[in-house]
Design a protein around this ligand. Structure first.
Ligand code: C2O
Ligand code: CU
Ligand code: CU
Length: 513
C-alpha cells in the first residue's frame, strides 16, 4: 500500500490505551497548528506584532586577555511572555537565546552547566570547526546538574554565522523547540562589508502554544513532518518592526533555528543580495528575488531599502512533501516589517564586488553514498510489510504506527560507527533522497561545497561557490558534495528536521588521524 493511502486511512485506525488518547489529541490538534482548518478548544493566543525589533543579548567576554573568549552558559527552565498575560515555560541559555561574538584566531572557553531537571543535554556548535570531543555529540552528555567546559580555537578563515543548540540522544528535537539555541558569530579581523551597513542578527524560530500558554507535546503529524509551529518569530518576536531611511543598505544575518520549518523568503519593496551562506562570505555578491532557507541553514544578506513605505519579509509557498493532514499554509506570513521613510539617507558606501576567494577542494580520494528513506506505519517505503510490526519497538510508535527515517537502511545507533574516514582527505558524498519528503542534510565539524543536484536525470550546478554545512536534499533528488574533515574523531551527519534526526535519520563517521 502506498504511504499516502495509508495515512488517509489513519483516522480509521483502531487503537487502545494511552496510544488512543495520544491519537485523539493528534487528530484534534491537526488543524489547530496548521492554518485554521479545525478550531482548537479554547482560543489560540494572539501574539503582539509590530513592536520594535529587539537585539538578542550578547554573552559578555569575561576574559581580559587578548585572543581569549571566556564565558559561562547555563541551560535552565524559564518563562517567556509571548502572548499577553500568558507565561510560557521554556528552556533557555542564561535566560535567553544569547549571541556569542568572537574573532578568528580566538581561543574559546565556555563553562557550561546543565540546569535542566532530570534531562541530559549537550551544546553542539553547529557548523563550527571544533574538535569532535568538544562538539556536544550525543555520546558526550552533560547530566542534569553537572558542568563541563567546552574549549576550542577559531581558526583563520572560519568567520561565519554559526549557531549552537543541544544534541542529547533522543531529546534534541524537544529541547530545541522548547527554546534552547543561541547564535555564534565569528568575525574576521578585517571585514570587506562596509560598517555603515550595520550587522543585524535575525534568528528565526517557530512557536506553538496552546490557550494556556504552554507548548503542547508533539503529535504524530509533528514526528512525521517535523514540528511546525503556529508563529514564526524573529528574535522571539512576531512580525517586529525596523525603521530605515530611504536608500539605506543593511547587513542582515538570517538563521533558520526552527525544528522543521522550510522558509521560502522574499523581501517585498526591498532588494536582497546574498553575500554569505552557512560557512561565511561567498566570493561575490549575488542579487536574488527569493531564497529558500531550510532548517539550520543561514544566509547573509545585504538588503537595500530603495522604496518608501513598508518593506516586508514574507514567505512563499513551498512543497516539501508534507505527509498526512494538517499541512501548514506556508505562504503569506509576514516575518518582519521595515518602515522606510521618505527621507533619503546620506550616500552609503558601495558593496565591494569581490568579498573573498573560496578555493576548490580538489579531487576526491573516496566516494560515499548515503541513501535517505522513510518507513511508515508498519509498511516500508516500497509497500512491503515490515517484520516486527507487532513487536514493542524502541522507535516512536503509536497504536501500531511506526515511523522511521533511515540512512542506508539503518536507524541511528550511538554505539555503531557507520563510516570510517581519514583526516585531511577530500571526499565526494552522494546523498540520495529516495523518500517522499525533502530532508535538509547536515554534517558536523566541517563545511562542504555543493557540486551538483540531480533530479529526474537532470543535473544542475549551484550558481556560485559557497561553504555550507546543511543542504536541502529535495525528495527524489541526489546532491553531490565535496568535503574534508581536518580533525579526527566521530562526527554525526543527519537530517536537520530534528524529529527525523531523533527518529533515526543520523549516522556517525569516524575520522581517523
Ligand atoms: Cu545542528 Cu547535529 O546539528
Ligand atoms: Cu551540527
Ligand atoms: Cu528529514
Amino acid at each position: 500500500m502506498h504511504r499516502r493511502t495509508f495515512l488517509t486511512g489513519l483516522a480509521g485506525l483502531v487503537v487502545a490505551g494511552p496510544a488512543a488518547a495520544q491519537m485523539k489529541h493528534d487528530m484534534g490538534g491537526m488543524g489547530g497548528h496548521g492554518n485554521h482548518t479545525m478550531p482548537m478548544t479554547g482560543a489560540n493566543p494572539v501574539l503582539p506584532e509590530g513592536q520594535p525589533l529587539k537585539a538578542l543579548p550578547r554573552l559578555s567576554n569575561q576574559s581580559a586577555a587578548p585572543g581569549m573568549f571566556r564565558a559561562e552558559l547555563a541551560a535552565e527552565p524559564g518563562f517567556v511572555r509571548f502572548a499577553e498575560g500568558l507565561d510560557t515555560p521554556v528552556l533557555l541559555y542564561n535566560g535567553a537565546n544569547p549571541v556569542i561574538e568572537a574573532y578568528e584566531g580566538d581561543k574559546v572557553e565556555v563553562s557550561f552547566r546543565n540546569g535542566i531537571p532530570f534531562e541530559p543535554t549537550t551544546i553542539h556548535w553547529h557548523g563550527m570547526p571544533v574538535p569532535a570531543d568538544q562538539d556536544g555529540n550525543p555520546s558526550d552528555p552533560v547530566a542534569a546538574g553537572s558542568e563541563r567546559i567546552y574549549a576550542f580555537d577559531l581558526p583563520q578563515g572560519s568567520a561565519a554565522s554559526y549557531w549552537f543548540h543541544p544534541h542529547p540522544h533522543g531529546l534534541t528535537a524537544e529541547q530545541v523547540y522548547r527554546g534552547l539555541a543561541g547564535i555564534f558569530i565569528v568575525k574576521p579581523k578585517s571585514d570587506p562589508i562596509p560598517p555603515e551597513y550595520g550587522d543585524t542578527i535575525l534568528m528565526l524560530t517557530d512557536l506553538r502554544i496552546g490557550a494556556d500558554g504552554t507548548m503542547p507535546e508533539s503529535t504524530m503529524i509533528d514526528l512525521m513532518n517535523g514540528r511546525v509551529g503556529d508563529h514564526v518569530l524573529v528574535n522571539g518576536q512576531k512580525n517586529p518592526a525596523m525603521t530605515f531611511a530611504l536608500g539605506e543598505k543593511r547587513r542582515l544575518r538570517l538563521f533558520n533555528a526552527t525544528n522543521a520549518r522550510f522558509l521560502r523568503l522574499r523581501f517585498e519593496n526591498a532588494s536582497m543580495t546574498v553575500i554569505g551562506t552557512d560557512g561565511g562570505l561567498i566570493e561575490s555578491p549575488v542579487a536574488v528575488d527569493e531564497l529558500l532557507l531550510t532548517p539550520a541553514e543561514r544566509v547573509e544578506l545585504i538588503v537595500s531599502f530603495d522604496k518608501p513605505g513598508a518593506a516586508r519579509l514574507t514567505t512563499l509557498d513551498y512543497e516539501r512533501g508534507w505527509m498526512g493532514p494538517g499541512k501548514p499554509n506556508e505562504a503569506g506570513m509576514v516575518l518582519l516589517t521595515a518602515n522606510v521613510s521618505e527621507q533619503a539617507v546620506a550616500a552609503m558606501p558601495p558593496l565591494p564586488a569581490k568579498l573573498r576567494s573560496i578555493g576548490p577542494l580538489g579531487k576526491p580520494a573516496v566516494t560515499r553514498r548515503f541513501v535517505l528513506t522513510e518507513s511508515m506505519g508498519g509498511m516500508d517505503h516500497g509497500g512491503m510489510p515490515m517484520q516486527g510490526m507487532d513487536h514493542a519497538n524502541k522507535s516512536m510508535s503509536s497504536g501500531g504506527m511506526e515511523m522511521k527515517f533511515l540512512i542506508n537502511g539503518a536507524s541511528f545507533d550511538m554505539n555503531r560507527i557507520d563510516e570510517v574516514s581519514k583526516a585531511g582527505q577530500v571526499e565526494l558524498w552522494e546523498i540520495v533522497n529516495e523518500a517522499d519528503m525533502d530532508h535538509p542534510f547536515h554534517v558536523h565539524g566541517t563545511q562542504f561545497q555543493i557540486v551538483e543536484h540531480e533530479k529526474d536525470g537532470k543535473i544542475t550546478t549551484p550558481p556560485y561557490r559557497a561553504w555550507k554545512d546543511t543542504a536541502n536534499i529535495v525528495a527524489g533528488a541526489t546532491v553531490r558534495i565535496l568535503l574534508r574533515q581536518d580533525m579526527p574523531g566521530p562526527r554525526m551527519y543527519h537530517c536537520h528536521i530534528l524529529e527525523h534526526e531523533q527518529l533515526g535519520m543520523m549516522g556517525t563517521i569516524d575520522v581517523r588521524a
